[in-house]
Design a protein around this ligand. Structure first.
Ligand code: 13P
Ligand code: SF4
Length: 337
């Protein structure tokens, strides 16, 4: 391990992570566990992280579970093995704690599809509407939001809004359309999407279903409507995982990011999990943002306590309101991490 002085961290600005060489013989799991204890740190990982990162995490969950865990932890440092908006949410919930993200460039195409200045103008056209934003959005967008939601609690959040109120939903048009159908609420929907969930091929899924007639086809609500229309079950990552544990079927075709298959296989080792095929031959159902985090980057980030998520005070103060509202409604509805 080459122990660079912190001034070398200028590399970080360009690359988004500590680009130091790590001794390939180092037992990264042991080192990370040691650092966790030494620094009273907790590793929160999303289901889309690579398997090794999930295995070393203290908590693995969906966006809601991760936010709830971030809110309740007494750890001194939160290491977020996920993407930028998730780590920002953890920071907003813990303004006085250090929140680390192994690679600052682990972003999100959905969050990027809704820049706050453009959304501000859009929102001005509907001054009486309540703004509901999917948690997959930037901290700045959260400052323009009344209440956040995740794919686990979205229906509950929409139903908590008085019936006579108009709703703006941002940034995911697919989740928005799904919610519109489920709740019967008329919503003004921002035109954003997730690059991973828009890639599934209806034709290839249909062929796969013919080859596996007993398989259940399960999908995340970020998928397009024509994919959701043929699903046996639709849910957030944690809801999909729960379904595969509880459903007696032995085969599942899974339309979401492939990282979730790790927990599905661990929970039900005798069942077969088939990633739903994308439109082309690339591994597009791997999220390139989620997969920017690696064990090496996780180790370096814990050792040097960098890169750190830093937000302006006004962003934390204003942006946190919609997260707090979401958490309040979620607890009342029985969601817990
Ligand atoms: P959930 O884990 O909350 O279902 O979200 C999926 C996702 O796309 C996160 O980026
Ligand atoms: Fe964003 Fe989609 Fe990746 Fe989730 S899977 S982080 S929504 S790009």
């Amino acid at each position: 391990m080459i122990d660079f002085e912190i001034p070398e961290v200028k590399n970080l600005n360009r690359k988004g992570f500590l680009d130091f060489e790590v001794d390939p013989t180092l037992d990264l799991v042991a080192e990370i566990n040691k650092l966790k204890k030494e620094k009273k740190a907790i590793i929160l990982a999303h289901y889309y992280q690579e398997s090794e990162i999930q295995d070393v995490a203290d908590y693995i969950g969906d966006s809601l579970g991760l936010a709830q865990k971030a809110e309740s932890t007494d750890a001194e440092i939160i290491v977020f093995a996920g993407v930028h908006f998730m780590a920002e949410t953890a920071k907003m919930l813990n303004p006085h704690k250090k929140v680390l993200l192994p690679d600052l460039k682990a972003g999100c195409s959905l969050a990027d599809s809704c820049p706050a200045p453009l959304f501000k103008k859009f929102k001005e056209k509907y001054p009486d509407h309540v703004v509901v934003s999917y948690i997959n959005c930037t901290a700045e967008l959260k400052t323009l939001t009344d209440v956040c939601c995740t794919s686990s609690n979205a229906e509950v959040i929409i139903n908590s809004i008085p019936k006579d109120k108009g709703i703006i939903f941002a940034p995911d048009k697919n989740l928005g359309a799904y919610l519109q159908k489920k709740t019967g609420r008329n919503m003004v929907i921002w035109n954003g999407a997730c690059m991973v969930h828009e890639i599934f091929s209806h034709e290839k899924i249909t062929k796969l279903k013919v080859r596996h007639p007993e398989a259940k086809f399960i999908a995340h609500p970020e998928c397009e409507a024509h994919i959701l229309d043929v699903a046996d079950f639709i849910g957030s990552t944690s809801q999909l995982l729960k379904y595969t544990k509880e459903n007696p079927a032995q085969e599942f075709i899974v339309a979401t990011e492939s990282g979730i298959l790790h927990q599905m296989e661990l929970a039900s080792p005798d069942k077969l999990f088939i990633p739903a095929p994308p439109n082309n031959t690339c591994a597009c159902n791997d999220c390139p943002h989620m997969k920017r985090n690696t064990m090496e980057k996780l180790y370096l980030c814990m050792k040097y306590e960098l890169p750190e998520i830093l937000l302006e005070d006004w962003v934390i103060e204003k942006g946190k309101v919609c997260i707090d509202r979401m958490l309040e409604v979620s607890v009342a509805a029985g969601f817990k991490a």
